[in-house]
Design a binder for this molecule. Sequence first.
Ligand SMILES: [Zn+2]
Length: 139
Amino acid sequence: MTLPGAPRSTEAAEFWNALGGGDGTLLRQECVQCGRSRLPRTAMCPYCGGWESHWRPVTGPARLVTFTVIRRAPSPEWAAHAPYGVAIVEVAPGCRVLVNTDWLPEHADLGRPVVVAVETGDGGPRLVASRGGDEAVSQ
Ligand SMILES: [Zn+2]
């Protein structure tokens, strides 16, 4: 059964095209005025109020910020996968993304390095975090 992809906004088309367009690149939004990064995408920079930004590849380490374990699937597509982990991962300072995890996270995992990968399927690209070593880098 095809897993549904994340809802996509047209304002973040460049983000989604890079993520699911074959190269599986995770992008962050970088403010032209102050140079700070942010995710999820916003029209205005929350740090300086600037309105211009560029998309840049994420290259730094990622870490688990918070998580939940889904024990009762919200739809039939996910039923075969339950229980499964859903987490917020910081992929760069100011940049957090929602991911599935390939393990069931525990409280002891908070702050741990993770590796974020892009999985593509019929429903579109999904971000999946794996437990990484100290050198965890987002791809
Ligand atoms: Zn700014």
